[in-house]
Design a binder for this molecule. Structure first.
Ligand SMILES: C[S@@+](CC[C@H](N)C(=O)[O-])C[C@H]1O[C@@H](n2cnc3c(N)ncnc32)[C@H](O)[C@@H]1O
Length: 210
């Protein structure tokens, strides 16, 4: 594995931040040596088919000790674990607390207070860096840009726990670009995509690219 110092110089404007409007199945094959894919994909059942390809493409573009971290609702969790384990090894499940009024899951009769953040690594990869806490407690919930928007403080904490400065962090389900904001503010490089043009525009504005 190349050491951090041997990596090619980061090109200003290109690698510090790359945002595309496309499907993640087109985007991830353009990347390599990714240190952290941190994403919050759609939770509905009809999207379950996305996760076997996500597992495969993550296995191909992650750095040897890179991680895929997926924030996900509880309802379809067994299917998600199965799909992500097809090409990756399971490492851990972290908990992202949801302060305030999280949506009630009526068909399960549950009022959730936290969301799982599932961590996977390439097959056979040995964890070296510690994850110093597996519980993230964001101060508040922000939904001012979009109903799906995640709280910046919680995502920022996840970025800090799961990567290091100058690492390449990727979010291939951008939404409003919360992961991008957290990554750039903590000195990481960032790349991301979304199929939705509006989401890409919000992200670009939030990151100061337009
Ligand atoms: C739950 S939202 C992400 C919200 C984000 N964490 C935030 O804070 O705003 C999921 C996003 O995934 C995008 N998406 C759905 N299918 C996709 C695909 N195949 N490739 C890329 N993006 C996709 C949707 O357009 C949506 O913006």
């Amino acid at each position: 594995m190349r050491s951090r110092d041997q990596r090619p110089e980061v090109q200003k404007g290109k690698w510090e931040c790359q945002i595309e409007c496309c499907d993640f199945r087109k985007f991830l094959p353009t990347l390599h040596d990714v240190d952290l894919i941190l994403c919050d994909p759609p939770y509905a059942r009809e999207y379950l088919d996305l996760f076997e390809p996500l597992s495969k493409l993550a296995a191909e573009c992650l750095a040897p000790r890179g991680m895929l971290a997926v924030l996900y609702g509880q309802s379809n969790l067994p299917e998600l674990y199965d799909a992500l384990r097809t090409h990756l090894d399971y490492r851990w499940t972290m908990a992202m607390a949801m302060p305030g009024d999280a949506p009630t899951v009526f068909h399960k009769r549950v009022r959730p207070q936290w969301k799982p953040l599932l961590i996977f690594m390439r097959p056979g990869a040995k964890p070296v860096r510690w994850i110093y806490s597996d519980l993230i407690n964001p101060a508040k919930v922000a939904k001012d840009l979009h109903p799906w928007q995640q709280e910046e403080g919680g995502i920022r904490r996840a970025v800090e726990l799961l990567s290091q400065p100058n690492d390449l962090v990727v979010d291939c389900f951008l939404g409003t670009g919360t992961t991008g904001v957290a990554a750039l503010e903590t000195g990481r490089r960032f790349a991301g995509c979304d199929v939705d043009r509006k989401a890409v525009l919000i992200t670009r504005k939030r990151l100061g690219l337009v």
